[in-house]
Design a protein around this ligand. Sequence first.
Ligand SMILES: [Fe+2]
Length: 482
Amino acid sequence: MQKIRSEHLVPYARLDRPFYDQSGQLLIARGTRVVPPMIAALDAAGITEGVLLDHSDELRVLQGQPRYESRSIRTIIPGQIITQSMFDEQGNLLLAADSVIPGSLVETLKARKVESVLLSKEMDVDRVGRFSDSLAREWARNLDDQIDNSSIPLAVERKGVPTARRMRVWRGKRRPAVELSRISQRRDSLLSETEEILDILQMGAGLKRGRIERIAEQIVDLTCDDKDVCLALASFPDAGAALPRIGVDVSFVAVAMGLMMGHNEAQIRTLAMGAFLHDVGMLSVPAQIVEKNGRFNRHELSVMRNHPLNGLALLARVPDATVETALVVYQSHERDSGVGYPRAASGEGVHDYAKIVGIADAYHALVNPRAHRDESLPYDALANISKMSGLGMFSKEFVLALVHALGSFPVGSWVKLSTGEVAHVVGVSPAAFDRPKVSVVLDEYGVALEEPQVLDLTQMPGVELTHVSAPVRFMDNPLEAF
Ligand SMILES: [Fe+2]
């Protein structure tokens, strides 16, 4: 264990050991390049010193230290701001953290012949909070500057081999059950790994970028393997653990959009990383706000609107996160017309990946229930997104990518055909996004077929989709009709 002053951290050097504060809260993860904003954030949070740990055992020693440290009254200087709460020897609170030390207090203590006071170590937890907060603000300011002086390209140029080239297109009738369960198992394991990652971030630990890269790669592979099944899974409402599903399912939708837009392999993986992490800041929003059934008050609204910045603070624990990932975390709630947050940035001031993820996230939010509303059917969710695009919130080009990926009757929708039959949309090709592949489950008399029958409407010019139907057999498994 090596004690080190924050100002002695070498800018741009990579830490070979994790840097903790005195109470055992992680400040900077191992492998992170120490950039000047981090040093500035430590300074702003009043963290002048920390320790570099060699072994995890040392962390236990740090965290096991007494909750209070004794300080001589001579070191308590009137007029300074105290960063830890101050107690007398009996444990009575003398002064709360963040207060200016009044001269009268020091006088009184001296008059009572008090020689030392206790300073709470608990406040160190709060200092970490303020460190993260200052770091996020510093990082955001940096991103704003780079956007303002155009040193980060925000538009993603189409170049190289489009990843869509390696998309598998399902040409058979129904997919074999084993194939469907293979895909849903792979998604399940992604979900449980995501849960683990969110736990790690919430506990304040660092995360290797490689781990996020591997997940992003799996999301891209799975979407290329069977985009339609991934989108049907992502479009299926679920009241269960929300945040891991947002990470994985929004990534499926965003990646499918990126595929439609012709992004190359490196671009699509970067997009997937951003999409996967875009909502981590929600870890900082208390459950009673997330689950509130009713309008937010001003305080709740500001907590909610701060979550992209908290996302940046958490992202600081992923060493070497790319600038694109940071921009997606920071900007995916911005809207083209400038009605988003946290900066009300608009149009060309928002990174393309943040725009894609913003649309994918909005779609995913609509098809899932919230405390104050039911879920929308995929078709209605898509109609809603188009309406928002009409209001200038989302640019048409990006919404079109969503329509190409999902189809104008989205994969996972129930539809009525001009023949009177009822079917489930199980596939769409971008070249004919209004003539999907459907799986008929009810005949024209409303009688269930023994075995769903897959029809490719591109091959059946006489058959039309007339309207959306309510879900027929609202199944636990959205892949039953595939
Ligand atoms: Fe969010």
